[in-house]
Design a protein around this ligand. Structure first.
Ligand code: NAD
Length: 251
């Protein structure tokens, strides 16, 4: 019974993939703390999980701000109990041609996607180590594995998560804490719909032609991989990247 009495934190859990992960972990039996810069989205997701019979709370924090992350996780501890699972999912995915990218744009993306991951994991990890059991899952991207035009800052931040996963996996290997990454590709979420409407990315049908399984992915596809990685059964899996991408970019 992996989930019984355990608390999972999901950053960026107010929307998209993070919301699917929060819903799945709640259905698995975890108490879920949803941390999002969009407080109403965090509270709405938590409310919807509670209506479905799960236990969840929503907290506002911008993951690039350490004090806010510490405060949100402290509130989660006092509301739900010591933390056992951390899913660092919150990110932004801006597009900008490299030669026009400003240092500010670079720094802002790294601050949320990579330093935000550092803040989230470092703030939560003492609970996991203390308990002698824990699961850390970072949500990276296929952009870190194959590159992405006009997204050098994003791809670099996501590559940093892959390296961080390996470093933490070996540093904490003897503590009962595993650290893994899920690398999604072409997952349909509200933010993807918005980019499609703006013409910034191709339609789902056009993308599906280039995906071996013949469809784009869902938040539930990613949540299923996370559900496995945070289970007791996955205790011998650490430092790994699980690519959930419909068979794209193998190798
Ligand atoms: N959708 C895809 O196809 C895809 C592909 C590869 C990787 N990913 C990764 O999956 C994760 C989720 O992506 P998504 O498509 O669901 O994104 P999304 O934009 O739909 O949702 C992101 C959530 O994170 C929150 N957030 C944004 N900045 C934040 C901050 N500074 N602090 C706290 N919360 C913040 C948002 O409010 C939102 O609720 C990201 O790490 C992304 O890089 C997504």
């Amino acid at each position: 019974m992996t989930a019984a009495g355990r608390v999972a934190v999901v950053t960026g859990g107010g929307a998209g993939i993070g919301r699917s992960i929060a819903e799945r972990l709640a259905a698995d039996g975890f108490k879920v703390a949803i941390v999002d810069v969009d407080e109403s989205a965090a509270l709405e997701t938590a409310g919807s999980i509670e209506k479905a019979g799960g236990e969840a709370r929503g907290y506002r924090a911008d993951v690039s701000d350490r004090e806010l992350v510490d405060a949100a996780l402290s509130a989660a501890r006092s509301d739900l109990g010591a933390l056992s699972v951390v899913v660092a999912n919150a990110a932004v995915a801006p597009q900008q041609a490299f030669l026009e990218m400003t240092p500010q744009q670079w720094n802002d993306t790294l601050a949320i996607n990579l330093t935000g991951t550092f803040h989230t994991v470092q703030s939560a990890l003492p609970d996991l180590v203390e308990a002698g059991w824990g699961r850390v899952v970072l949500i990276s991207s296929s952009s870190a594995q194959r590159g992405a035009p006009n997204m050098a800052h994003y791809a670099a931040s996501k590559g940093g998560q892959l390296a961080l996963t390996k470093a933490l996996a070996v540093e904490f290997a003897r503590t009962g804490v595993t650290v893994n990454t899920v690398a999604p590709s072409s997952i349909d979420t509200p933010s993807v719909y918005k980019k499609r409407e703006a013409g910034a990315i191709p339609s789902a049908e056009a993308m599906a032609k280039f995906i071996p399984v013949g469809r784009t992915g869902t938040g539930e596809d990613i949540a299923a991989a996370v559900s496995y990685l945070v289970s007791d059964e996955a205790s011998y899996v650490t430092g790994q990247t699980v690519s959930v991408n419909g068979g794209s970019f193998i190798g």
